[in-house]
Design a protein around this ligand. Structure first.
Ligand code: TXA
Ligand code: MG
Length: 317
């Protein structure tokens, strides 16, 4: 099921099939936005509620323009700076976008992925591609083709293999209040990079009731194993009675022989930590542990986005 044949994947998409696809952020479950059957299948196999809209992936600004209208100037500025890349823009939709994709909302989420292979796939399929992250609803997003194949061994016939995702957490979602950019989901494009381009932006990423971007529900991105986010791992362990404990730290292991420990980045590089985060969580989640403790990252650059995900993972169960 795992294959590097981009033409075969494009054929399947054109013919109304669902395909697992790589992007630089996380792997997606992809369908042509014009195949109602395939789009419905995405919702079904992810067990995703129909009121949670899908991101549309494009290969060019021209393609974006067929799907949108009244695009704010600042959206073009952001697109110029960060596309192709891990940024999704919420823009007023044109009549070309089926209602199922936007869950009836007036805006469509659009992203031009940074991975060349994904853009090649979109260009070859000739259609815009809807793709949510390729995980069952509420679970950790996949960052390798194997993660996708393990989640959906029977429901899809192909996962296009683009190697491990280089960014590792989902795209940053930006909408607009008039001309003013508003961040609805923190992600692989760091807040300070956005602000360096367009000035201070609002952050509206904590809505639990009728959220503008339903991915902001706090119970999300969860391992099955109980997971706790810690400011001080050593003292947390002292308070714990669980037997098999796994630990994820940014840079420095703690002194202990009895723990399963994972270091995200020996250099303390937050980009590397973001890249490794989900694969590390997947691995520990499958290690038969009673508890996973994760160290809070420094609140700078991508650390802000990683902490956001860790908070949601920890609240999960
Ligand atoms: O990095 C990513 O964005 C990955 C890769 C595959 O591109 N995709 C991804 O999709 O994370 P998903 O469906 O797991 O998360 C998309 C988020 C959801 O919270 C959804 O509610 C929100 O975007 N969203 C999508 N379309 C929207 C719309 N029209 N209006 C508001 N929120 C929207
Ligand atoms: Mg998702």
């Amino acid at each position: 099921m795992i294959s590097t044949d981009v033409y075969k994947a494009a054929d399947l998409l054109r013919n109304g099939e669902v395909v697992g696809i790589p992007t630089e952020t996380v792997y997606g479950l992809a369908a042509s936005i014009y195949s109602e059957k395939a789009v419905r299948k995405i919702f079904e196999i992810k067990q995703r509620p129909l009121d949670n809209p899908l991101i549309v992936h494009v290969a060019s600004i021209d393609q974006m323009e067929t799907l949108t209208k009244d695009v704010p100037e600042k959206a073009y500025k952001l697109a110029g700076a960060f596309w192709p890349g891990p940024m999704t823009l919420l823009l007023p939709k044109s009549i070309d976008v089926p209602k199922l994709i936007t869950a009836g909302k007036p805006n469509v989420a659009i992203r031009m992925p940074g991975l060349g292979l994904t853009r090649e796939l979109i260009a070859n399929s000739g259609v815009p591609i809807a793709a949510p992250s390729a995980n069952p609803f509420g679970r950790i997003s996949p960052t390798t083709a194997e993660h996708v194949a393990n989640y959906f061994p029977d429901a899809i016939s192909m996962v296009l293999d683009g190697g491990p995702c280089r960014s590792g957490i989902e795209s940053t979602i930006i909408g607009f209040d008039g001309e003013d950019p508003v961040v609805y989901r923190l992600g692989s494009l760091a807040l300070d990079e956005i602000e360096a381009k367009v000035g201070k932006v609002q952050l509206r990423n904590q809505k639990d009731v009728a959220p503008d971007a339903p991915g902001m529900l706090s119970r999300h991105y969860s391992p099955k194993t109980p997971t706790v986010l810690c400011d001080d791992i050593a003292s947390e362990i002292g308070n714990r009675s669980e037997e098999k404990i796994g630990v994820i730290v940014l840079q420095h292991k703690i002194e202990s022989e009895s723990l399963t420990q994972k270091v995200l980045s020996p250099q303390g590089d937050l980009k590397e930590a973001a890249k490794e985060l989900y694969a590390t969580m997947h691995e520990l989640d499958q290690a038969g542990l009673d508890l996973i403790l994760i160290e809070r990252m420094p609140e700078t650059g991508l650390g802000v986005s990683i902490n956001d995900r860790l908070q949601r993972a920890a609240q999960g169960k």
